[in-house]
Design a protein around this ligand. Structure first.
Ligand code: AMP
Ligand code: GLY
Length: 423
C-alpha cells in the first residue's frame, strides 16, 4: 500500500518508523516530515493544513492510506473534504471527520457530550459574553482552585488554573475579551480535580475499538513537574497504577460510553481517540479528549504495540476491529525529550546535532529537526525523543539516559526525572 502521514513531529516520526515495518507498506510519504522521517520514507514539503496541497499529493502518488497526525487539519474538516473527492472513495483515512474532531476542537462540545452520555468529568459551566454574570456567580459558588479553559484550540495554552476567585473572575473577563483570540470567545469554567493524570488510547471505527497501551506524559519544563507547560518532556508506558480495577473502570465508565455516544450522534469517527484522564482516589475522570495520538505518548505506545499498524487501519476501514487481537510488549517503554535551551520560551534553531550515530539500543525519534547541508540540525523547541524498552521502567530509563550522553547540540536541555512519580 501507498501510505501518507501528515505532520512533522515526534509522533509522526514514530508513526513512520512503525508503518515502514509493515510488509503491507509499499511506499511511504511524510508531509512535511523531519530529518528522522526521511529514513523511513520520502518527505514532501506540503503543509498538513493545505487542503488543496494534500488532495493533490494523494492524487499524484495514488495514496491508499492517509494518517493524519496533528489535530488542526482534523478540526478544520480535512477528512470530510477528502471523503468529498469521488476518486478517493477507497482511500483509508485515519482521523475523524469535523464533528468527531470537535471532541478536541471545542471544550464546550466535549463537556456537553460527556454529560449527555454520563461520562465522569468535572462539573462545569459554559460562558460567553452573553452570560458573563452567570459565570462570575459560578466562580463564587465553586471551590478554588478553579479551571478556565478557552473553548477552541489554543496551542496547548488555553487552560488556566486559578487559586483565587477574584483572579479567576478577572481572567474570565480577559479570556472572553480575546486573551486567546477567537479560541476564548467561549470559555468553559470547571472544577479542579485532584489526582494523577494518565492517557489512554483507542483506535476506533465509531462502533468497535481496540485498546492500545496507556501512557503517562510529563508536561512541565522543570524537574519535579515545575515551571511552564510544554508540549511534553517525556513519557512512560505502561502506567503502574493502571491496574486491572482501574482499567476496567476506564473501559466501562469512559471508553464504552464514549464510543456509544459517537455512534448515537452518527459521527464519522475512524481514527484514534486519546483520553486525557485523571485518577481521583481510584476513579477515572476525563480531563479532555483529543482526536489524535499524543506526543510524546506515541513515542512509547507504538514501540510496545506488536500488531502491524497497517493491518489495524485496514480492519478499522472495513469494520473488522472486533476481530483484531492486540498484542502488547510487556516491557516498559520510556522516552526522554531533548529540547532546545529556552524552550518553551524563545529558542534558537539551526544547531547541529552530533553523536546520533553513536547511539545503540535506543530509538531516536526526531521531533524538531531538519537536514541542512548534509547535517541534522535543530528546527523546533522539542528536538529529539530518545525511546528505550527495558524489563522495567528503571532499566528503560537508564538506557535512554545512557543514549542521551552520546548526543550533543548547543544548549541542549532535558529532564533527568522522567517517571519520578511512578514508584
Ligand atoms: P487540557 O488542555 O484540557 O488538557 O488541560 C491542560 C492541563 O490542565 C491538563 O493536562 C491538566 O493538567 C490541567 N487540567 C485541566 N483541567 C483540569 C481539571 N478540571 N482539574 C485539574 N487539572 C486540570
Ligand atoms: N502530550 C499531550 C498531547 O499530545 O496533547
Amino acid at each position: 500500500m501507498r501510505i501518507l502521514i501528515l505532520g512533522s513531529g515526534g509522533r509522526e516520526c514514530t508513526l513512520a518508523w512503525k508503518i515502514s515495518q509493515s510488509p503491507k507498506c509499499e511506499s511511504l510519504w511524510i508531509a512535511p516530515g523531519n530529518a528522522g522521517t526521511s529514513s523511513y520514507g520520502t518527505n514532501v514539503p506540503v503543509n498538513p493544513e493545505d487542503k488543496d496541497g494534500i488532495i493533490e499529493l494523494i492524487r499524484r502518488h495514488r495514496i491508499d492510506v492517509v494518517v493524519v497526525g496533528p489535530e488542526a487539519p482534523l478540526v478544520d474538516g480535512l477528512v470530510d473534504d477528502l471523503h468529498g473527492v469521488p476518486e478517493f472513495r477507497d482511500v483509508i483515512v485515519v482521523g475523524p471527520g469535523k464533528m468527531g474532531a470537535m471532541l478536541e476542537g471545542s471544550k464546550a462540545f466535549a463537556k456537553e457530550f460527556m454529560f449527555k452520555y454520563d461520562i465522569p468529568t468535572a462539573q462545569y459551566l459554559e460562558v460567553t459574553a452573553g452570560n458573563l454574570q452567570e459565570g462570575l456567580n459560578f466562580i463564587d459558588r465553586q471551590q478554588v482552585p478553579i479551571v478556565l479553559k478557552a473553548d477552541g484550540l489554543a496551542a496547548g495554552k488555553g487552560v488556566l488554573i486559578l487559586e483565587e476567585r477574584e483572579e479567576a473572575k478577572a481572567e474570565l473577563k480577559a479570556m472572553l475579551g480575546g486573551k486567546f483570540g477567537q479560541a476564548s470567545t467561549k470559555v468553559v469554567i470547571e472544577d479542579f480535580l485532584s489526582g494523577i493524570e494518565f492517557s489512554v488510547f483507542v483506535l476506533t471505527d465509531g462502533r468497535e475499538y481496540v485498546l492500545l497501551p496507556e501512557a503517562k506524559d510529563y508536561k512541565r519544563i522543570g524537574e519535579g513537574d515545575t515551571g511552564l507547560n510544554t508540549g511534553g518532556m517525556g513519557a512512560v508506558s505502561p502506567v503502574p497504577f493502571m491496574d486491572a480495577t482501574l482499567k476496567s473502570k476506564v473501559i466501562q465508565r469512559i471508553i464504552e460510553p464514549t464510543i456509544a455516544g459517537i455512534r448515537q450522534e452518527a459521527m464519522d469517527y475512524h481514527g484514534f481517540i486519546f483520553f486525557g484522564l485523571i485518577n481521583v482516589g481510584g476513579d477515572p475522570y476525563v480531563i479532555e479528549y483529543n482526536c489524535r495520538l499524543g506526543d510524546p505518548e506515541t513515542e512509547v505506545i507504538l514501540p510496545r504495540l506488536k500488531n502491524d499498524l497497517v493491518d489495524l487501519f485496514e480492519a478499522m476501514h472495513s469494520g473488522r476491529l472486533n476481530k483484531q487481537h492486540i498484542e502488547i510488549d510487556l516491557r516498559s517503554a520510556t522516552t526522554v525529550m531533548l529540547v532546545a535551551g529556552g524552550y518553551p520560551g524563545s529558542y534558537r534553531k539551526g544547531d547541529i546535532l552530533t553523536g546520533l550515530d553513536q547511539v545503540q539500543g535506543s530509538l531516536l525519534l526526531h521531533a524538531g529537526t531538519k537536514m541542512a547541508d548534509g547535517q541534522t540540525v535543530t528546527n523546533g523547541g522539542r528536538v529529539l525523543a530518545v525511546t528505550s524498552l527495558g524489563e522495567d521502567k528503571q532499566l528503560a530509563l537508564a538506557q535512554s539516559y545512557a543514549a542521551i550522553r552520546k548526543i550533543q547540540f548547543a544548549d541542549m536541555y532535558y529532564r533527568r526525572d522522567i517517571g519520578f512519580d511512578l514508584d
